[in-house]
Design a protein. Structure first.
Length: 368
């Protein structure tokens, strides 16, 4: 099939057997599907489209569910898409992605693809299980600035692209860069993940004030991972697995505990009033909680029933030896995230038993 192909709606609904929540399955075709990484919104701000990746054509391509009709539209037809780089614009006009060694802008009305920059890079992402291996990108909330990491020789580089002009500036080169995120309250600040044992860094958009925001406690063998911003607070949350989630203020360095359960991928809604997380070893379901009250009492929304439940992390993480090799591809992780209006949570699961990951959506309860 080619770009622009329209597929009929595949939507079906069922109830979670344990919580009673109504879950909508967005995709059903026997192929691998996933929404963007949990730190990247899957919807535009007006929720006209749900953007996702589908392998139904034999290679990963960008698709959209047209919310008004439920129909699915194929948006790309490429053989070089970096599938975790996909980032929908908040205004609903574009989708940004990397392919080959280029940074591309896709017009959602005309489906025209424009290469904004070609980095002629050694490669666009790392190898292995580190965050930099996914090749995720970051877009400022006003859609003006796009942050991309790539490799220059043996080092990682971070560049900021003007999404209208294609002008860009490389602001950082170092050993490892991943999981880029603009502060939702200040497009002049970005978070990035450094090396596995030294992850929590922030930098100004102009390249100044590159600094470690949090240093893990090596004596406690802390496992710090999956950072995300809390809108309206200038706080960066991070998972201290399995001890819960903490956050640190980017201006004052003041820390506080958000919650104490075994959260894994956790992200706030755009208003900063709710947080959602999947869970890891054991998988106790997708949880929702308040990130503001320093208690973070979780409520189970539903169970993703994905195959990656974290049993391979039964022992302390072997920092000294680096990541261990396991079968836990990213499409087996739920990666829950909110819709812009906070009424829905989208997640991915290979629960069907067919070996194919599908995309699901669950309503957020009116009371948590």
């Amino acid at each position: 099939m080619s770009k622009g192909t329209i597929y009929p709606s595949e939507s079906l609904t069922f109830k979670d057997a344990r919580t009673g929540a109504e879950i909508r399955q967005v995709t059903t075709t026997f192929a691998l599907h996933h929404h963007p990484f949990f730190i990247i919104p899957a919807y535009d701000d007006e929720m006209k489209r749900l953007i996702f990746v589908s392998h139904r054509t034999g290679t990963p391509q960008i698709f959209a569910e047209i919310r008004a009709t439920g129909e699915l539209m194929q948006l790309t037809n490429r053989d070089d898409l970096s599938e975790w780089s996909v980032h929908p614009a908040h205004n609903g006009h574009y989708v940004f992605f990397t392919a080959g060694t280029g940074a591309w802008r896709l017009d959602l009305e005309t489906l025209e693809e424009i290469e904004l920059v070609n980095f002629a890079a050694t490669r666009m992402r790392e190898e292995g299980m580190v965050g930099a291996a996914m090749g995720t990108t970051a877009l400022s909330h006003n859609d003006q600035w796009w942050a991309i990491r790539y490799n220059v020789g043996t080092e990682a580089a971070l560049s900021i692209i003007d999404t209208e002009t294609g002008m860009y500036e490389t602001i950082l080169q170092r050993d490892s860069i991943g999981h880029l995120q603009f502060c939702p309250d200040d497009s002049n600040i970005l978070y990035y993940a450094g090396p596995l044992t030294d992850r929590v860094w922030v930098i100004n958009r102009n390249g100044e004030n590159n600094r470690r925001l949090y240093a893990r406690n090596a004596e406690k063998n802390e496992w710090i991972t999956h950072e995300s911003w809390i809108p309206g607070t200038r706080e960066l949350a991070f998972v201290d697995w399995p001890n819960g989630i903490r956050c640190i203020n980017v201006d004052t360095n003041q820390e506080r505990q958000i919650t104490s359960f075994n959260a894994w991928h956790a992200i706030c809604n755009p208003q900063g009033t709710m947080m959602v997380a999947d869970t890891n070893f054991p998988d106790i379901g997708i949880q929702i909680f308040d990130p503001r009250d320093n208690e973070g009492k979780p409520k189970t929304i539903c169970y993703a029933d994905a195959t990656s439940v974290g049993e391979h992390w039964a022992e302390p993480f072997p920092y000294a030896d680096g990541p261990i090799k396991v079968y836990a591809p990213q499409h087996t992780h739920p990666h829950p995230s909110f819709s812009p209006d906070s009424t829905h949570i989208v997640f991915t699961s290979d629960r069907s038993g067919s070996g194919h990951a599908q995309i699901y959506e669950v309503m957020v309860p009116t009371e948590i």
